[in-house]
Design a protein around this ligand. Structure first.
Ligand SMILES: [Fe+2]
Length: 256
């Protein structure tokens, strides 16, 4: 009897220490909660960290408390203090390694979590619970309706996820500029087409949530992003290519 009591006590102490440790970790890492306007039925919490000012987003359905993640770029220890039920899904914006760094960790801790991504993303398509999604496919998870937009250019398997009025843009679109085209599997014509014919034709009132914190603010409405981004004001493909070349040249000149 005494043994049972002590082992229960030990477990409680361990739990308390774990919570304390996670809270300490959380004060080290940055996180930010955005409550959406009253018309929406979800909140977004952003976690900043990972390889290079990466974001992982936690979406929480206000009705059922369902948790959904965008990208696996930050350690699970950052996220655990903010969830009481396992996330039911993670949407992968593309498979550059910094966006899937912790996917194995997430899958191990949440074995039933569905992983959504592009069909030809071989680095994740073999993982148990992987589910491929097509361009313009709708996915309803509890009360939340996501629409996927295949937006190649920065990388061949880039997908943006629309959850009105939020648009999760990965490395296709940042605050202040588009993604870059430095990878062997990048293509500037595809990027132009993705940006101008798939994203900028959506409502300008959508707010983008990018894959990295590269701008002057973490997220922005599309109309305000156009106002501050020359790359979003090109009149045609050639002008877009010219502005991108100028941007890359300035990076070299500024040692970025
Ligand atoms: Fe990337």
């Amino acid at each position: 009897m005494r043994f049972v009591f002590y082992s229960q006590q030990k477990r409680s102490i361990c739990k308390l220490l774990l919570v304390f440790y996670l809270q300490k970790l959380n004060t080290f890492y940055q996180t930010n909660l955005e409550l959406m306007n009253p018309d929406t039925n979800f909140s977004i919490r952003s976690f900043l960290g990972g390889y290079d000012k990466n974001f992982t987003y936690l979406i929480r359905c206000s009705h059922k408390g369902t948790n959904i993640l965008i990208d696996a770029a930050c350690p699970i220890t950052q996220i655990l203090p903010f969830i009481s039920t396992p996330p039911i899904a993670v949407f992968i914006t593309h498979t550059h390694s910094d966006h899937i760094s912790y996917l194995d960790e997430y899958s191990t801790i949440f074995p039933n979590m569905i992983i959504f991504g592009y069909p030809d993303s071989t680095s994740i398509s073999k993982i148990k619970n992987f589910r491929s999604i097509k361009h313009k496919e709708n996915i309803k998870l509890d009360n939340l309706l996501f629409t996927a937009f295949h937006t190649p250019g920065h990388y061949f398997d880039s997908i943006c996820y629309l959850l009105k009025p939020a648009l999760f843009t990965g490395d296709t679109l940042f605050v202040g500029r588009t993604g870059r085209v430095k990878d062997k599997k990048s293509n500037i014509k595809d990027l132009y087409n993705s940006i101008y014919n798939k994203l900028l034709v959506l409502s300008n009132d959508l707010r983008i949530y990018p894959g990295h914190d590269y701008g002057k603010q973490p997220n922005i409405k599309i109309k305000n992003n156009i106002a501050i981004s020359p790359l979003l004001r090109a009149r045609n493909l050639q002008e877009f290519i010219d502005i991108m070349e100028e941007y890359e040249l300035n990076r070299i000149l500024n040692n970025q």
